[in-house]
Design a protein around this ligand. Structure first.
Ligand code: SIN
Length: 532
């Protein structure tokens, strides 16, 4: 089957939905998404979206906080673009129907999170992402020009080089091969302009607060097609996910610390003041490392997040979702501290893009977590990611509209997906086993604290698994699980290779063989590109 449209979007989080809404008045949009439309990382975002609003705040302060959290690696020009577009991004969201929490006097209730010197985070209680996703999905479903394809998994990018079997620089994107999870059929989605908004890759790690869909598909596909990938060593570990045998890495928002919660050891000692002057509101990389250190030093399985000094009514009103979820596991956070551990949360690296979200493959854009715009540097400032998603969706849409898709030269005929001699697999256990092995290996060897020896060991393991996947991939009919396994293996390899290139410790990349930051040699992005 072949489906053609003016604009093709892969992914239905904040970036993909905003982009679709921005271009939909000008042409037909196909929006492909792996599961149900609202099954996204955006939907799980608790904290909020940062934008300067208070009179005591300023763009300069937000820029400085972003640069500092990012260990001075962010691209200051990009930081300025995103920060200065913050207020209009909030206006767009409100216009699309998003309800942010307000105070009694009806002004917006701005909260704080780690690394922010001011209250500047718009939120919808503690389910900001769910509210944003609700409003955007409603707007998308109401638009006659947008067709949403749920349960459709992108397999690979279709490029001119692939179709014509000639190397070309730069290559041009013509669309995407997509697997329908319900029928098992692979279709060709063709479009003059394709946007990847596929999100992050937390599932590369054993413990993550990301949804199951976060398997780095966009990054893996773009890498295979020849796009440049950057800064994959900077995987952000969220300091506080619920520690409970039955909780599947439930995030406890940093806004809880923003409103006064304190991290304590099991004996009740508060420990953050010995790590950073901002104590519990230090940037996330520092807090996650401090927790890791405390747990290892004292042989504890977790630390505790204590907000019991606040009024119970206030806690229940401000954090209803966290309160109810913890209570469901037998923890009443109004009277008892919450057991927490760090877990993989956000990938700061991704597909490199220019100021408008365009990759180095022509007519291919990447927006949201899948991209590396230069905003986050070595560590993302909390609540900057939803903002980046809206700002870059808008910029990519502006650029795409200026390219007038209907005037782009027609693409050469695209061959349908050829399954070759592939047959149904009778050994699904191979997929499950390799999946678990990669995630455990990444957690143990490429986690919060790294060393060259562990990284080399991890690379060897992942490359062996990749060889096995390659054999398996061409012998058996593809399934969603196999596509995702191939992608997490690719992303794992890219994370390790980037980590091995950076011979220093900066932001989220902490290597015990190089404890210091080295501005002379490494104050630059780590770039990686497939050689053909
Ligand atoms: C949180 O609520 O702690 C997550 C916010 C973010 O990652 O930006």
């Amino acid at each position: 089957m072949k489906i053609t449209s003016d604009y093709l979007v892969v992914g239905s989080g904040i970036a993909g939905l905003c982009y679709a809404l921005k271009v939909a008045d000008h042409g037909q949009v196909s929006l492909v998404t792996k599961r149900e439309v609202a099954t996204t990382a955006t939907s799980l975002a608790q904290g909020g979206i940062a934008a300067v609003a208070a009179v005591s705040d300023s763009f300069e302060q937000h820029i400085n906080d972003t640069m500092e959290a990012g260990a001075w690696l962010p691209d200051e020009e990009i930081v300025r673009i995103v920060v200065e577009n913050g207020p209009s991004a909030i206006t767009d969201l409100i216009d699309w129907g998003v309800n942010f929490s307000r105070k009694e006097d009806q002004t917006y209730d701005l909260t704080r999170e780690g690394g922010h010197s001011q209250r500047r985070i718009y939120h919808s209680k503690d389910e900001t992402g769910k509210e944003i996703e609700r409003a955007l999905v409603e707007a998308v479903k109401a638009h006659p020009n947008i067709t949403v394809y749920e349960n459709h998994v992108a397999v690979d990018l279709i490029t001119e080089a692939k179709v014509t079997r000639r190397r070309m620089k730069p290559d041009r994107c013509l669309g995407v091969y997509v697997l329908n999870r319900e029928t098992g059929q692979v279709s060709t989605f063709g479009a003059p302009i394709t946007v990847l908004a596929t999100g992050g890759a937390g599932k590369v790690y054993l413990y993550t607060c990301n949804p199951d869909i976060a398997t780095g598909d966009g990054i893996a596909m773009a890498y295979r097609a020849g796009a440049t990938i950057a800064n994959m060593e900077f995987m952000q570990f969220h300091p506080t996910t619920l520690y409970h045998p039955h909780a599947k890495s439930f995030l406890v928002s940093e806004a809880v610390r923003g409103e006064g919660a304190i991290l304590r050891r099991s004996d009740g000692t508060a420990f953050m003041e010995s790590y950073h002057p901002l104590k519990d509101l230090a940037p996330r990389d520092i807090v996650a490392r401090a927790i890791d250190h405390e747990m290892k030093m004292h042989g504890d399985d977790c630390v505790f997040l204590d907000i019991t000094h606040k009024e119970a009514d206030y806690i229940r009103e401000r954090f209803p979702h966290i309160y109810e979820t913890c209570l469901g596991y037998g923890i009443d956070m109004t009277v008892a501290p919450i057991p927490v551990v760090p877990a993989a949360h956000y990938l700061c690296g991704g597909i490199t893009v220019d100021d408008w979200g365009e990759t180095d493959i022509k007519n291919l854009f990447a927006i949201g977590e899948v991209s590396c715009t230069g905003l986050h540097g070595a560590n993302r400032l909390a609540s900057n990611s939803l903002l980046e998603g809206v700002v870059f969706a808008k910029r990519a849409a502006e650029r795409a509209l200026s390219m007038a898709p209907r005037s782009i030269p027609p693409c050469p005929p695209i061959e349908s997906w050829d399954p070759g001699h592939a047959k149904n697999s009778d050994e699904e256990v191979v997929v499950a086993h390799n999946w678990d092995e990669i995630r455990l290996c990444m957690w143990n060897y490429v986690g919060i604290v790294r060393s060259d020896k562990r990284l080399i060991r991890a690379l060897r393991r992942v490359q062996m698994i990749q060889e096995e996947i390659a054999d398996y991939y061409w012998d058996f009919l593809i399934t969603s699980d196999l596509i995702e396994l191939r992608n997490i293996a690719t992303v794992a390899e890219l994370i390790i290779r980037c980590a091995l290139k950076r011979k220093e410790s900066r932001g989220l990349h902490y290597n015990i063989d190089y404890l210091e930051k080295d501005d002379i040699h490494y104050k630059q992005d780590t770039l990686i590109r497939k050689t053909f």
